[in-house]
Design a protein around this ligand. Structure first.
Ligand code: HEC
Length: 138
C-alpha cells in the first residue's frame, strides 16, 4: 500500500514536472531573458536589451487599456490587462500591441510563446506580473 503510494507520487511528480507553479520562477525562466525587471542603469545594459523592461511594458498597456476600454474601476482594469496579456503571450501581433511605434525601432515584435510556456503557467505568471509590476496609483 505504502509502496503503491510512493509509486503513485513518483508518477504524479513526473507529470507535473514540466509545469512550473511558482510565478516568480516562471517569470525568471520564461520572461526575464527578454524583459528586465528594472530600467537599465548603464548604456551597455540599455544596448543589451532585447525587449522593453517589464515596468515600461506594464505602464504602457495599463495606460493604453485604460484609455481604450474605459474600465469602471481598478478591478476591471486588472481583469482587462490580465486578459490582454494571456492572449498576447500566445498570439502577439502589431495590431494588438499597445507599444508606441518608437518601441519597434528598437525592438522586434514579441514572438509567440506557444510551446515555450503552457497555458497553466501563463495563468499563474500573468496576474503576478500585473500585481508586481504595474504602476500603483494610490
Ligand atoms: C524572446 C523575447 C521575449 C520573451 C521571452 C517575452 N517577451 Fe514579452 N515582449 C518582447 C518584445 C520584443 C516586446 C515588445 C514588442 C511587442 O510589444 O510585441 C514584448 C512585449 C510584451 C508585452 C507588451 C505588449 C504591448 O501591447 O505592448 C507584454 C505584456 C509582454 N511582452 C509580456 C511578456 C510576458 C508576461 C512574458 C513571459 C511569460 C514575455 N513577455 C516573454 C519579447 C519577449
Amino acid at each position: 500500500m505504502i509502496r503503491n503510494l510512493f509509486v503513485f507520487l513518483f508518477l504524479v511528480s513526473f507529470v507535473f514536472a514540466n509545469n512550473l507553479t511558482n510565478p516568480q520562477t516562471i517569470y525568471q525562466k520564461k520572461c526575464q531573458m527578454c524583459h528586465a525587471m528594472d530600467y537599465p542603469e548603464t548604456l551597455e545594459e540599455k544596448r543589451a536589451q532585447v525587449a522593453p523592461n517589464i515596468l515600461m511594458v506594464m505602464r504602457n498597456i495599463s495606460i493604453g487599456i485604460e484609455a481604450v476600454e474605459e474600465p469602471k474601476n481598478k478591478e476591471e482594469l486588472r481583469k482587462l490587462v490580465i486578459e490582454f496579456m494571456n492572449d498576447y503571450i500566445f498570439e502577439p501581433t502589431a495590431q494588438k500591441s499597445y507599444c508606441e511605434e518608437v518601441i519597434f525601432k528598437h525592438f522586434d515584435y514579441m514572438p509567440s510563446l506557444k510551446g515555450f510556456i503552457s497555458k497553466q503557467e501563463a495563468q499563474i505568471v500573468v496576474p503576478w506580473v500585473y500585481d508586481t509590476f504595474s504602476p500603483k496609483k494610490d
